[in-house]
Design a protein around this ligand. Structure first.
Ligand SMILES: [Zn+2]
Length: 334
Protein backbone atom coordinates (compact mmCIF):
# COMPACT_ATOMS: atom_id res chain seq x y z
CA UNK A 1 0.00 0.00 0.00
CA UNK A 2 1.28 3.47 -0.88
CA UNK A 3 1.04 6.25 1.69
CA UNK A 4 1.63 9.98 1.61
CA UNK A 5 3.06 11.30 4.87
CA UNK A 6 3.80 8.87 7.73
CA UNK A 7 4.21 10.63 11.06
CA UNK A 8 5.09 8.79 14.27
CA UNK A 9 4.24 10.33 17.65
CA UNK A 10 4.55 8.91 21.16
CA UNK A 11 1.38 6.81 21.14
CA UNK A 12 0.12 6.76 17.56
CA UNK A 13 1.42 6.45 14.03
CA UNK A 14 -0.40 8.56 11.45
CA UNK A 15 -0.62 7.30 7.86
CA UNK A 16 -1.88 9.59 5.10
CA UNK A 17 -4.08 7.14 3.17
CA UNK A 18 -5.43 9.78 0.73
CA UNK A 19 -4.73 13.50 0.36
CA UNK A 20 -5.11 14.92 3.91
CA UNK A 21 -6.89 11.78 5.13
CA UNK A 22 -5.03 10.24 8.07
CA UNK A 23 -5.42 6.89 9.82
CA UNK A 24 -4.21 7.10 13.45
CA UNK A 25 -2.97 3.60 14.26
CA UNK A 26 -2.21 2.19 17.73
CA UNK A 27 0.19 -0.65 18.45
CA UNK A 28 -2.17 -3.63 18.62
CA UNK A 29 -1.56 -4.70 22.22
CA UNK A 30 -4.99 -6.29 22.72
CA UNK A 31 -8.25 -5.18 24.29
CA UNK A 32 -9.00 -1.45 23.74
CA UNK A 33 -5.89 -0.61 21.67
CA UNK A 34 -8.01 1.05 19.00
CA UNK A 35 -7.48 3.15 15.86
CA UNK A 36 -8.99 6.48 14.75
CA UNK A 37 -9.05 8.81 11.75
CA UNK A 38 -8.64 12.49 10.92
CA UNK A 39 -9.70 14.27 7.72
CA UNK A 40 -7.91 17.56 7.36
CA UNK A 41 -10.33 19.11 4.88
CA UNK A 42 -12.97 21.81 5.24
CA UNK A 43 -13.93 22.20 8.87
CA UNK A 44 -12.13 18.98 9.81
CA UNK A 45 -13.47 15.62 11.00
CA UNK A 46 -12.25 13.03 13.50
CA UNK A 47 -13.52 9.44 13.51
CA UNK A 48 -13.23 7.92 17.03
CA UNK A 49 -11.31 9.31 19.98
CA UNK A 50 -9.64 6.36 21.79
CA UNK A 51 -9.96 4.86 25.27
CA UNK A 52 -8.17 7.43 27.42
CA UNK A 53 -7.42 11.14 27.47
CA UNK A 54 -3.66 10.94 26.74
CA UNK A 55 -4.46 9.27 23.38
CA UNK A 56 -7.29 11.76 22.66
CA UNK A 57 -5.03 14.72 23.49
CA UNK A 58 -2.32 13.43 21.18
CA UNK A 59 -4.88 13.08 18.37
CA UNK A 60 -6.21 16.59 18.99
CA UNK A 61 -2.68 18.04 19.02
CA UNK A 62 -2.06 16.31 15.69
CA UNK A 63 -5.26 17.84 14.22
CA UNK A 64 -4.21 21.32 15.34
CA UNK A 65 -0.68 20.80 14.02
CA UNK A 66 -2.00 19.75 10.60
CA UNK A 67 -5.10 21.93 10.24
CA UNK A 68 -4.41 24.86 12.55
CA UNK A 69 -7.52 24.15 14.61
CA UNK A 70 -9.50 21.42 16.35
CA UNK A 71 -11.92 19.52 14.08
CA UNK A 72 -15.53 20.70 13.87
CA UNK A 73 -16.94 17.16 13.62
CA UNK A 74 -16.36 13.97 15.59
CA UNK A 75 -18.07 10.80 14.34
CA UNK A 76 -17.99 7.74 16.64
CA UNK A 77 -17.89 4.29 15.05
CA UNK A 78 -20.03 2.88 17.91
CA UNK A 79 -20.51 3.25 21.67
CA UNK A 80 -17.60 1.14 22.99
CA UNK A 81 -15.28 2.85 25.49
CA UNK A 82 -12.13 2.35 23.39
CA UNK A 83 -13.68 4.47 20.62
CA UNK A 84 -15.53 7.15 22.61
CA UNK A 85 -13.94 7.86 25.99
CA UNK A 86 -11.64 10.48 24.49
CA UNK A 87 -14.70 12.48 23.35
CA UNK A 88 -14.57 14.97 26.22
CA UNK A 89 -11.26 16.20 24.81
CA UNK A 90 -13.34 17.21 21.76
CA UNK A 91 -16.26 18.69 23.71
CA UNK A 92 -16.14 21.89 21.59
CA UNK A 93 -16.67 19.81 18.45
CA UNK A 94 -20.01 18.50 17.15
CA UNK A 95 -20.10 14.86 18.28
CA UNK A 96 -22.15 12.54 16.06
CA UNK A 97 -23.24 9.02 17.02
CA UNK A 98 -25.83 6.43 16.12
CA UNK A 99 -28.84 6.98 18.36
CA UNK A 100 -28.49 3.55 20.01
CA UNK A 101 -25.07 4.47 21.43
CA UNK A 102 -26.76 6.58 24.08
CA UNK A 103 -28.53 3.51 25.47
CA UNK A 104 -25.65 1.08 24.97
CA UNK A 105 -22.94 3.10 26.70
CA UNK A 106 -24.44 2.54 30.17
CA UNK A 107 -22.97 -0.98 30.15
CA UNK A 108 -19.46 0.52 30.49
CA UNK A 109 -18.36 2.39 33.60
CA UNK A 110 -15.07 4.35 33.55
CA UNK A 111 -14.60 3.92 37.33
CA UNK A 112 -14.88 0.13 37.15
CA UNK A 113 -12.31 -0.06 34.30
CA UNK A 114 -10.03 2.39 36.09
CA UNK A 115 -9.98 0.21 39.18
CA UNK A 116 -9.11 -2.87 37.06
CA UNK A 117 -6.18 -0.92 35.58
CA UNK A 118 -5.05 0.10 39.07
CA UNK A 119 -5.78 -3.08 41.07
CA UNK A 120 -6.83 -5.82 38.63
CA UNK A 121 -3.64 -7.82 39.26
CA UNK A 122 -5.13 -8.75 42.66
CA UNK A 123 -8.52 -9.81 41.25
CA UNK A 124 -9.87 -13.01 39.71
CA UNK A 125 -8.50 -14.42 36.43
CA UNK A 126 -10.80 -12.19 34.34
CA UNK A 127 -9.66 -9.02 36.04
CA UNK A 128 -6.03 -10.11 35.76
CA UNK A 129 -6.46 -10.79 32.04
CA UNK A 130 -8.08 -7.41 31.42
CA UNK A 131 -5.47 -5.70 33.64
CA UNK A 132 -2.67 -7.14 31.49
CA UNK A 133 -4.39 -6.19 28.23
CA UNK A 134 -4.92 -2.59 29.41
CA UNK A 135 -1.41 -1.94 30.72
CA UNK A 136 -0.35 1.48 29.42
CA UNK A 137 -3.75 3.21 29.57
CA UNK A 138 -4.60 5.96 32.05
CA UNK A 139 -8.32 6.53 32.61
CA UNK A 140 -7.81 9.45 34.98
CA UNK A 141 -10.58 12.02 34.45
CA UNK A 142 -12.55 10.01 31.87
CA UNK A 143 -16.29 10.54 31.81
CA UNK A 144 -18.89 9.92 29.12
CA UNK A 145 -19.41 12.90 26.82
CA UNK A 146 -22.94 13.05 25.43
CA UNK A 147 -23.18 13.35 21.63
CA UNK A 148 -24.69 16.46 19.98
CA UNK A 149 -26.29 14.79 16.99
CA UNK A 150 -27.90 11.33 16.95
CA UNK A 151 -28.45 9.64 13.62
CA UNK A 152 -29.96 6.38 12.46
CA UNK A 153 -30.03 6.86 8.68
CA UNK A 154 -27.08 7.40 6.36
CA UNK A 155 -25.80 10.97 6.47
CA UNK A 156 -23.50 12.99 4.22
CA UNK A 157 -21.00 15.53 5.56
CA UNK A 158 -19.22 17.92 3.20
CA UNK A 159 -15.64 18.92 4.03
CA UNK A 160 -15.20 21.59 1.37
CA UNK A 161 -15.48 19.58 -1.84
CA UNK A 162 -14.93 16.21 -0.16
CA UNK A 163 -17.97 14.01 0.34
CA UNK A 164 -17.97 11.90 3.48
CA UNK A 165 -20.70 9.29 3.92
CA UNK A 166 -21.63 8.17 7.41
CA UNK A 167 -23.22 4.77 6.83
CA UNK A 168 -25.19 2.88 9.46
CA UNK A 169 -24.52 -0.86 9.51
CA UNK A 170 -26.18 -1.32 12.89
CA UNK A 171 -26.80 -3.78 14.32
CA UNK A 172 -23.64 -5.72 13.49
CA UNK A 173 -20.69 -5.54 15.92
CA UNK A 174 -22.97 -3.43 18.18
CA UNK A 175 -26.34 -1.69 17.85
CA UNK A 176 -24.66 1.59 16.94
CA UNK A 177 -22.13 0.87 14.15
CA UNK A 178 -21.33 3.69 11.72
CA UNK A 179 -18.84 3.38 8.86
CA UNK A 180 -17.10 6.44 7.44
CA UNK A 181 -16.88 6.09 3.66
CA UNK A 182 -15.05 8.39 1.26
CA UNK A 183 -16.51 7.37 -2.12
CA UNK A 184 -14.09 9.29 -4.34
CA UNK A 185 -10.97 8.25 -2.44
CA UNK A 186 -12.32 4.67 -1.91
CA UNK A 187 -11.27 4.75 1.74
CA UNK A 188 -13.44 3.29 4.52
CA UNK A 189 -13.01 3.62 8.27
CA UNK A 190 -14.78 0.64 9.79
CA UNK A 191 -14.50 0.81 13.58
CA UNK A 192 -14.95 -2.66 15.05
CA UNK A 193 -17.01 -3.96 12.14
CA UNK A 194 -13.56 -4.99 10.82
CA UNK A 195 -10.77 -6.28 13.08
CA UNK A 196 -8.91 -9.53 13.74
CA UNK A 197 -9.92 -11.25 16.97
CA UNK A 198 -13.61 -10.43 16.71
CA UNK A 199 -16.05 -11.56 19.39
CA UNK A 200 -19.80 -11.86 18.80
CA UNK A 201 -22.35 -12.71 21.48
CA UNK A 202 -25.01 -14.62 19.51
CA UNK A 203 -25.60 -16.56 16.29
CA UNK A 204 -27.86 -13.73 15.14
CA UNK A 205 -25.04 -11.28 15.91
CA UNK A 206 -22.61 -13.25 13.74
CA UNK A 207 -25.11 -13.33 10.85
CA UNK A 208 -25.79 -9.59 11.01
CA UNK A 209 -22.07 -8.90 11.30
CA UNK A 210 -21.22 -10.98 8.21
CA UNK A 211 -23.99 -9.07 6.41
CA UNK A 212 -22.17 -5.80 7.15
CA UNK A 213 -18.91 -7.34 5.89
CA UNK A 214 -20.74 -8.41 2.70
CA UNK A 215 -21.91 -4.83 2.24
CA UNK A 216 -18.31 -3.56 2.47
CA UNK A 217 -17.06 -6.26 0.10
CA UNK A 218 -19.82 -6.15 -2.53
CA UNK A 219 -21.23 -2.61 -2.39
CA UNK A 220 -18.50 -0.25 -1.19
CA UNK A 221 -15.51 -2.09 -2.73
CA UNK A 222 -12.93 0.09 -0.93
CA UNK A 223 -9.25 0.22 -1.81
CA UNK A 224 -8.13 1.16 1.70
CA UNK A 225 -9.73 -0.21 4.88
CA UNK A 226 -8.96 1.13 8.36
CA UNK A 227 -10.02 -1.47 10.94
CA UNK A 228 -11.03 -0.66 14.52
CA UNK A 229 -7.85 -2.37 15.76
CA UNK A 230 -4.66 -3.47 14.00
CA UNK A 231 -2.91 -2.57 10.76
CA UNK A 232 -4.42 -0.75 7.77
CA UNK A 233 -5.60 -3.33 5.29
CA UNK A 234 -7.57 -3.92 2.11
CA UNK A 235 -10.56 -5.97 1.02
CA UNK A 236 -8.63 -9.24 1.39
CA UNK A 237 -8.63 -8.78 5.15
CA UNK A 238 -12.35 -7.93 5.23
CA UNK A 239 -12.96 -11.17 3.31
CA UNK A 240 -10.78 -13.00 5.83
CA UNK A 241 -12.84 -11.62 8.75
CA UNK A 242 -15.97 -12.92 7.03
CA UNK A 243 -14.27 -16.24 6.34
CA UNK A 244 -13.37 -16.46 10.06
CA UNK A 245 -16.99 -16.09 11.17
CA UNK A 246 -18.21 -18.55 8.53
CA UNK A 247 -15.57 -21.05 9.66
CA UNK A 248 -16.56 -20.60 13.32
CA UNK A 249 -20.21 -21.23 12.39
CA UNK A 250 -19.49 -24.30 10.24
CA UNK A 251 -17.00 -25.80 12.72
CA UNK A 252 -19.56 -25.28 15.47
CA UNK A 253 -22.20 -27.13 13.43
CA UNK A 254 -19.72 -29.98 12.79
CA UNK A 255 -18.69 -30.42 16.41
CA UNK A 256 -21.69 -29.44 18.54
CA UNK A 257 -23.39 -32.00 20.74
CA UNK A 258 -25.78 -31.71 23.66
CA UNK A 259 -23.38 -33.03 26.31
CA UNK A 260 -20.15 -31.14 25.60
CA UNK A 261 -19.11 -27.90 27.27
CA UNK A 262 -18.36 -24.84 25.12
CA UNK A 263 -14.65 -25.32 25.84
CA UNK A 264 -14.75 -28.94 24.65
CA UNK A 265 -16.53 -27.88 21.45
CA UNK A 266 -14.07 -24.99 20.93
CA UNK A 267 -11.14 -27.42 21.21
CA UNK A 268 -12.58 -29.53 18.37
CA UNK A 269 -13.08 -26.53 16.07
CA UNK A 270 -10.35 -26.19 13.45
CA UNK A 271 -9.41 -22.53 13.11
CA UNK A 272 -5.80 -23.28 12.20
CA UNK A 273 -6.02 -20.87 9.21
CA UNK A 274 -6.68 -17.97 11.57
CA UNK A 275 -3.99 -18.35 14.23
CA UNK A 276 -2.26 -15.16 13.05
CA UNK A 277 -5.29 -13.13 14.15
CA UNK A 278 -5.05 -11.49 17.56
CA UNK A 279 -5.58 -13.93 20.45
CA UNK A 280 -7.13 -16.89 18.60
CA UNK A 281 -8.33 -18.27 21.97
CA UNK A 282 -11.05 -15.57 21.85
CA UNK A 283 -12.78 -18.31 19.85
CA UNK A 284 -14.03 -19.61 23.20
CA UNK A 285 -16.43 -16.67 23.62
CA UNK A 286 -17.85 -17.09 20.10
CA UNK A 287 -18.40 -20.82 20.65
CA UNK A 288 -19.91 -20.20 24.10
CA UNK A 289 -22.39 -17.75 22.56
CA UNK A 290 -23.36 -20.25 19.84
CA UNK A 291 -23.64 -23.09 22.38
CA UNK A 292 -25.81 -21.04 24.73
CA UNK A 293 -27.96 -19.94 21.78
CA UNK A 294 -28.55 -23.55 20.81
CA UNK A 295 -29.48 -24.41 24.39
CA UNK A 296 -31.69 -21.35 24.88
CA UNK A 297 -29.48 -19.91 27.62
CA UNK A 298 -28.38 -16.23 27.62
CA UNK A 299 -24.63 -15.44 27.50
CA UNK A 300 -23.72 -13.23 30.43
CA UNK A 301 -20.60 -11.06 30.04
CA UNK A 302 -18.77 -12.84 32.89
CA UNK A 303 -15.14 -12.00 32.19
CA UNK A 304 -13.74 -14.02 35.08
CA UNK A 305 -15.32 -17.11 33.56
CA UNK A 306 -14.34 -16.10 29.99
CA UNK A 307 -10.72 -15.57 31.04
CA UNK A 308 -10.46 -18.89 32.91
CA UNK A 309 -11.77 -20.81 29.91
CA UNK A 310 -9.77 -18.75 27.37
CA UNK A 311 -6.58 -19.58 29.32
CA UNK A 312 -7.40 -23.30 28.95
CA UNK A 313 -8.10 -22.91 25.21
CA UNK A 314 -4.87 -20.91 24.80
CA UNK A 315 -2.84 -23.70 26.43
CA UNK A 316 -4.52 -26.26 24.17
CA UNK A 317 -3.99 -24.19 20.99
CA UNK A 318 -0.36 -23.41 21.92
CA UNK A 319 0.37 -27.13 22.27
CA UNK A 320 -1.60 -28.25 19.25
CA UNK A 321 -0.51 -25.57 16.80
CA UNK A 322 2.58 -24.00 18.37
CA UNK A 323 0.94 -20.57 18.20
CA UNK A 324 3.47 -17.77 17.76
CA UNK A 325 3.38 -14.88 20.19
CA UNK A 326 1.68 -11.76 18.85
CA UNK A 327 3.76 -8.74 17.83
CA UNK A 328 1.84 -5.59 18.86
CA UNK A 329 4.09 -3.44 16.66
CA UNK A 330 3.06 -5.33 13.52
CA UNK A 331 0.33 -2.69 13.07
CA UNK A 332 3.12 -0.12 12.65
CA UNK A 333 5.12 -2.30 10.25
CA UNK A 334 5.10 0.09 7.29
ZN1 LIG B 1 -12.83 -1.60 19.75
Amino acid sequence: MKYGRIITKERLKYYEVADNVFAAISPNRGLSWANAGFINKGKGLVYDTFFDLPHARELKRFCVEMGGRAPTYVVCSHYNADHTWGNQEFSDSVIIMHKNAVREHFSEDPKAWDSIIREGQNGGPGEQWIHNELKGFDLTGVRWQDPDILIEANTKIMLNDMEVDVISVAPSHSDSDLLLWLPKEKVVFCGDVVFGGAIAYSAKGIKLWTGALDFIINELKPEVVIPGHGAICGLDFVKECKDYFETVMSEFEKHYDEESSALEIAKRCDISRFLHLLEPYRLFINILALTNDRRGVPTKPDWNYFAEEMAKLKEFQDQKYGVQSWDPMSSWAE
